[in-house]
Design a protein around this ligand. Sequence first.
Ligand SMILES: [Zn+2]
Length: 188
Amino acid sequence: MNEALDDGIEARVLLVIAAAIECSVEDVTPNVPLLGGLGAESLDLLDIAFRLEAEFRIRMPRLNVMQRAEEHFGRDKLMRNGVLTDLGLEIVRATMPEADPDRIRPGLRAAELGTLLTAQTFVRVVRRMLEAKKKALAVCPHCPPQRGCTPVESSTTLEATGSLCATIIPFPAGDDVLLEDLMMASRP
Ligand SMILES: [Zn+2]
């Protein structure tokens, strides 16, 4: 059953992207770059993220991979004069497995990261955030498990409420989840 649900996710993401950039869904193939290839602009990426949040009821990340990694590694280690260092390139490779590997090479500028984005990137992030939300809402984080308090999703906001304690449980934030994944991946 999960497999069948999973299979629907890519199709739904492609539909959302087509609606946001006002193109035919046939043109949105999973690996075509959204900027340049499909004629999307930076603002469209934000629009896509908002629409995906509404469609899947998740909180999408707002930062790109280098902006997230800066917090952990420090900017100087990731780029020099806007050009990614070896570590920066390694992080992009590790965290964007769907990106064209030929484009992740010395000389890549942080400002060019957006051009690596494809529909597949959004599919990956949506899947990851659905998984994180499922885990976060499995049990109420505020109550002992034996109390039997279960998170109930709001139908309007991106949060849940404990069925017994009525405490607000925000859905996991995209940037937090992806930064945690990044730190796990880079742990020696
Ligand atoms: Zn509770």
